[in-house]
Ligand binder design. Structure first.
Ligand code: ADP
Ligand code: MG
Length: 147
């Protein structure tokens, strides 16, 4: 795997990274968003979805209670998932892993192996996020960030 460290100095830069992520995601990608409460997982997911929608006001409800928010209207289709409240093995009935969507998973776990992970550093306004991904995916992200 390849590792890419990205310095995010503000929430606005996190939103900009969401646009890079939006341009890199393909259906079948399962992204684990790894970091504790307040780390920026939902901020990044929201920015990614808004970029894909082409609308900075696109409504992105929290998946905390619904567990899965599905966006079939986007390309790629996205499922935004929050496993925080899901018990141990209860991930089978969530309709994940169909290969028809990119999945953004907050609080990922071993029962749903990810294809890449985005880990968020400690909560200063400036945060380092570390992307650990297959080399081809990391290369796609690098090209997207240069574009
Ligand atoms: P999580 O989903 O990981 O619990 P959220 O995205 O809901 O976290 O919350 C992150 C909080 O941190 C938000 O209140 C956001 O305004 C704030 N914040 C401050 N700086 C940043 C940054 N650089 N990137 C992301 N969020 C930031
Ligand atoms: Mg969250």
């Amino acid at each position: 795997v390849a590792t890419v460290d990205i310095e995010v100095d503000s929430e606005a830069e996190m939103v900009a990274f969401g646009a890079d992520l939006a341009g890199t995601l393909r259906k079948g990608d399962r992204v684990g968003l790894v970091g504790d409460l307040g780390a920026g997982k939902s901020t990044l997911a929201r920015a990614t979805l808004r970029s894909l929608a082409g609308d900075p006001a696109f409504e992105v409800p929290s998946p905390t209670f619904t567990i899965v928010q599905d966006y079939p209207e986007l390309t790629p289709r996205v499922r935004h998932v929050d496993l925080y409240r899901v018990e141990g093995g209860d991930t089978e009935e969530l309709g994940l892993g169909e290969g028809d969507a990119a999945e953004l998973i907050e609080w990922p776990r071993e029962a749903l192996p990810v294809t890449l992970a985005i880990a968020f550093g400690p909560h200063e306004e400036a945060r380092t996020i570390t992307v650990t991904a297959p080399p081809a995916w990391a290369e796609r992200l690098r090209r997207q960030r240069e574009a």
